[in-house]
Design a protein around this ligand. Structure first.
Ligand code: GDP
Length: 445
């Protein structure tokens, strides 16, 4: 348990009808008692006023909730002061609690304490952030599963299999002459390896649900990129004009297609240009392709392919790409036979082909593996990396066991696998990694 008491504004500043100043730590209750004119009791909302004890000035009318350790978010004493939502009452109350003994919380420090005090493990703490940031129902569902500890459970069960094997090997190393009941540790380790591999197979689609698919919509001016974007967004966001090259800034919007968040980037037409503003747009388009996970190439089928179209084809390189053969409501002029990507005929004007386009985008993004189920799913690249290292080490240990190399070497591999798995749940984790993870949280979480 920590000696100091932390405090922060836990709701967005100046937005909404109420705001919450949250305190956690040994001093939370006494600080609240100093400032609050009203009754404080465990798990009850007390009505009253926050008064500055120095001047007797009433700062705000509030509701105060006190939750006694250990059954709280942080496992420490927690006080939440619900005040009116303006930024001034929130700031004044925060300043008061800081003056009376709390210190300002670091980003994510409430959740960090929940982790360090053992209420949740590291993977669950990361899920808290995923919940806050979830962009679709499916991403949210995965995040909630993570917070419930679905992945942690699976990882713990694999770890315990490795630990029993390690214990057996340790006994065999320490007491070579004793009669230790021989055990075949190969089958349970094979089983563990299989479970590990199963988890890893869920990672690619899990990560897509969590992080979204950055999609660059590219094509020469006037082929209908903005119109398609608007169709996908189902609302008029970017201004559609018949003048080439008007989309000078890239626009980025998130659209939810079958639960997968796509971050759509509409780019300026990629053509060489003397106009400095336009050439800036072109540079952006190149960059958009560079950082994209998926390219949506838009072509005007109402016209033959031009030199500008061909230049873009070259820029795309090896990125996963889908071609929207747009303006399919017009008589077809473009020859698309030579394209090496999948083509979907669309009309941003009539809406034709939009449903198949969306379906193909989702399939490409998930690599054919769809659906969020109740089985544990890996949705975080950090977890995937740790699982892959564990998988390598465990495979090596198994190969060693089968070929009969000395137990010491096998122990080294198994321990490495165990530690890699421990990084996911936080049993074996370096402080600097914790810092990196929690610095991504906002203050007050
Ligand atoms: P961008 O420069 O590639 O973003 O193209 P816009 O979306 O601004 O569209 C250019 C012009 O083509 C506008 O006049 C649109 O109304 C028109 N347009 C876009 N999509 C279609 C389509 O599928 N069929 C037809 N006939 N016109 C379209």
């Amino acid at each position: 348990m920590y000696q100091d008491t932390i405090a922060a504004i836990s709701t967005p500043l100046g937005e909404g009808g109420i705001g919450i100043v949250r305190l956690s730590g040994k001093g939370a209750r006494s600080i609240a008692e100093t400032l609050f004119r009203g009754k404080i009791s465990h798990r009850h909302l007390g009505y009253g006023h926050i008064v500055d004890p120095d001047h007797g000035e009433t700062i705000d009318e509030v509701l105060v909730c006190y939750m006694a350790a250990p059954h709280t978010y942080t496992r420490e004493d927690v006080v939440e002061i619900n005040c009116h939502g303006g930024s001034l009452p929130l700031q004044r109350i925060l300043q008061l609690v800081l003056r009376y003994g709390a210190r300002l919380a670091h980003p994510g420090e409430f959740t960090l304490r929940a982790f360090l005090n053992g209420r949740i493990d590291l993977a669950q703490a990361e899920s808290v952030l995923d919940i806050v940031r979830a962009r679709t129902e499916a991403s949210l569902r995965l995040a909630v599963q993570g917070l419930e500890g679905r992945l942690s459970e699976a990882v713990r069960s694999i770890r315990s299999q490795l630990m029993s094997a390690l214990a057996y090997l340790a006994a065999r190393i320490d007491f070579p002459d004793d009669d230790i009941e021989p055990q075949d540790i190969v089958p349970p380790l094979r089983q563990a390896l299989q479970e590990l591999r199963q988890l890893i197979t869920t990672a690619d689609s899990g990560i897509v649900y969590r992080q979204g698919v950055r999609t660059a919509i590219v094509g020469r001016p006037n082929v209908g990129k903005s119109s398609l974007l608007n169709r996908l967004l189902r609302q008029d966001r970017s201004i559609v004009t018949p003048i080439p090259g008007t989309t000078r800034d890239t626009i980025e919007e998130v659209v939810n297609l079958k639960g997968v968040p796509f971050l759509l980037v509409d780019t300026a037409g990629i053509i060489h240009s003397q106009d400095p503003v336009e050439s800036l747009g072109i540079e952006r388009s190149r960059k958009a392709i560079e950082v994209a996970d998926l390219v949506l190439l838009v072509i005007d089928t109402g016209q033959p392919l031009t030199e500008a179209d061909r230049e873009i084809l070259v820029l795309i390189g090896n990125k996963p790409t889908l071609v929207a053969a747009n303006k399919c409501d017009l008589p077809r002029q473009a020859e698309l036979g030579g394209l090496r990507w999948e083509v979907v005929f669309t009309s941003a004007l009539t809406g034709e082909g939009l449903a198949p386009l969306e379906e193909r985008m989702v399939n490409l993004a998930l690599g054919g593996k769809v659906s969020v189920s109740d089985a544990p799913i890996v949705n975080n690249p950090r977890h995937k990396d740790a699982l892959e290292r564990a998988e390598r080490d465990l495979s090596q240990a198994l190969a060693g066991l089968v070929s009969g190399i000395p137990d010491d070497f096998i122990t080294i591999d198994l321990t490495a696998a165990l530690n890699a798995l421990g990084e996911i749940t936080g049993e074996t984790v370096q402080d600097d990694l914790l810092e990196t993870i929690f610095s991504r949280f906002c203050v007050g979480k």
